[in-house]
Design a protein around this ligand. Structure first.
Ligand SMILES: [Zn+2]
Ligand SMILES: [Zn+2]
Length: 163
């Protein structure tokens, strides 16, 4: 969805609320089920800012034990909008360059989702994961499997000693 920022830059409006459903189809994040964003664009003495929050609902499996995980994330979005400059200078992440008179809200909020969600989602911080030997969920029961850590260096040393 395109959002017109012309009047904000011209100063004829000083604030413009925004509330939208973010199109996440292009993000290649299949675990994102729904994303909405709301906030406000403001013009304070010629400085245009956006202060918004993206609510993301995810439905995925724990990275360690494969249990279903459904969670909601709130991602803050704060930027200062500037007109796109011709110079090659790269601006910091604080700034959002605007080309023309509108910004693509799906692109703006989509980027925040990609950057803001954790790479690995766990059912809980201390998830014990699946047993590599028997495959049981070690959060649910102790299978008692003995997991030998074979260090290749120690194995080599043992071979030498055995001779
Ligand atoms: Zn887990
Ligand atoms: Zn086991």
């Amino acid at each position: 969805m395109l959002f017109d920022v012309k009047q904000l830059f011209e100063g004829s409006v000083t604030s413009a609320p925004v509330s939208t459903t973010v199109d996440t189809a292009t993000l290649s994040l299949p675990h994102v089920k729904k994303a909405t964003a709301s906030g406000v664009f403001s013009n304070h003495a010629g400085v245009i800012t956006i202060d918004a929050s993206v609510t993301v609902d995810i439905d995925t499996v724990c990275d360690r034990c494969l249990t279903q995980v459904q969670r909601r994330y709130q991602l803050p979005v704060r930027h200062t909008l500037v007109r796109k400059l011709q110079s090659e200078d790269t601006l910091s992440d604080e700034y959002l360059e605007v080309e023309g008179d509108s910004i693509d809200l799906d692109e703006l909020f989509g980027t925040e989702i990609v950057l803001g969600l954790p790479n690995k989602i766990l059912c809980r911080d201390d998830c014990k994961g699946l047993c590599p030997k028997c495959g049981c969920n070690r959060n649910e029961h102790e299978c008692g499997c003995v997991l030998k850590e074979t260090d290749p260096r120690l194995a080599a040393l043992k071979q030498l000693l055995d001779k």
